[in-house]
Design a protein around this ligand. Structure first.
Ligand code: ZN
Length: 78
């Protein structure tokens, strides 16, 4: 009898846990929105046109960053 109540409580707790996890399925979008925060992704401004590009996509030549290969070549020829 008591065992059944305990089992029922465990099942209820498990159900609530799974329900919370299912409802919390929207939470992983939080880090995604953080990733679009300029403070999270380091932005570099192109030396030629000033466009802001993520450092991972920027063309880096020494101290300078460029938005694309064309501006990198333009910057090098100066
Ligand atoms: Zn540029």
């Amino acid at each position: 009898m008591l065992g059944k109540i305990i089992l029922a409580l465990i099942a209820l707790g498990l159900a609530l846990f799974l329900l919370r996890r299912a409802l919390g399925g929207t939470k992983p979008s939080e880090p995604a929105s953080k990733a679009q925060d300029p403070g999270y992704v380091r932005l570099r401004s192109c030396r030629i046109c000033g466009a802001h590009v993520p450092q991972s996509e920027a063309i880096l030549r020494g101290e300078h960053a460029y938005c694309g290969i064309a501006h990198a070549q333009q910057g090098e020829s100066e």
